[in-house]
Design a protein around this ligand. Structure first.
Ligand code: NAD
Length: 256
């Protein structure tokens, strides 16, 4: 039987890269995201790899929509083995100007949705004695940068949540781990380059060179493929004892 993976935010950036890797491995995939062409993306990958797919544009700001997304996955494929909590947003601003609505949305999508989706999948994973929960946190789950109060708070929260889920999941072969990338060149980061340029009063090229990759020893954006490879490893049957930890793919940022 092919296993089923639900990847939030998989019609863009890192989530899409993870989905492509799972597609190559023959998994059933529930695609998810707000991109208008999400269904087409899912269909094209299904055709290319001869796999079963679904697509949902559930809004992660709503806990009932998240629960529905998980139930829809289980109903469509008859199972849910791997949950990749990947969707996320960013907003960059000094604290005093940070709009409350932006702060609340970042906490809701980047942190609370991880809890609601995992909670909705929990009983099913427990009953089948198999679950792999993979949370895409960030190097900002371990380190801070100025102007990112909401994002750093949410990503640190996800790492704490990952540890609790690992403890509670252990008796049921449910593992939970976080992946913490440095900068990856996706639509989310392309947006940040613009915001940071404004916040730091720099050109976009200066932001990439002097701000973004300043803290990475390896002066390259982290490839999506490396993150996807890590997700594939964590999803394996043999990864039962890998749990409660964070895998940092940050070009040496947090080594300092
Ligand atoms: P992206 O903008 O390319 O993709 C984000 C996805 O989340 C999209 O599919 C989008 O539709 C979905 N999404 C956003 N808000 C949503 C909502 N309200 N409801 C449903 N779906 C929603 O971003 P990305 O760079 O691929 O980021 C993916 C994850 O990786 C995020 O959690 C991000 O914080 C994390 N991350 C990114 C980087 C980076 O440098 N790009 C680094 C570390 C961690």
């Amino acid at each position: 039987m092919n296993k089923t993976v639900l990847i939030t935010g998989s019609t863009s950036g890192i989530g899409l890269g993870i989905a492509k890797k799972f597609a190559k491995e023959g998994y059933n995939i529930m695609f998810h995201g707000l991109e208008a062409n999400g269904q087409d993306i899912a269909n094209d990958i299904a055709q290319e790899h001869n796999i079963n797919v679904g697509f949902s544009n559930a809004n992660l700001l709503q806990s009932d929509a998240i629960e529905h997304l998980v139930n829809e996955t289980i109903n469509t494929f008859g199972s849910l083995h791997i949950l990749v909590n990947n969707a996320g947003i960013q907003f960059v601003s000094p604290i005093e100007d940070f709009p409350n609505s932006k702060y609340e949305n970042i906490i809701a999508i980047n942190m609370n949705a991880v809890f609601y989706a995992s909670k909705a999948a929990w009983k099913h994973m427990k009953n089948q004695n198999f679950g792999r929960i993979i949370n895409v946190s960030s190097v900002h789950g371990l380190r801070a940068s100025e102007f990112k109060s909401a994002y750093v708070t949410a990503k640190h929260g996800v790492i704490g949540m990952t540890k609790v889920m690992a403890l509670e999941g252990a008796p049921f072969n449910i593992t939970c781990n976080a992946i913490c990338p440095g900068y990856v060149k996706t639509p989310l980061v392309i947006g940040q380059i613009k915001d940071q340029a404004k916040a730091h009063n720099m050109t976009e090229d200066e932001v990439v060179e002097k701000v973004m990759l300043k803290k990475q020893a390896v002066k390259q954006f982290v490839p999506v493929e490396a993150i996807a490879d890590m997700a594939i490893l964590l999803a394996k049957d043999s990864s039962t004892t890998i749990t409660g930890t964070s895998f940092v793919l940050d070009g040496g940022w947090s080594a300092q």
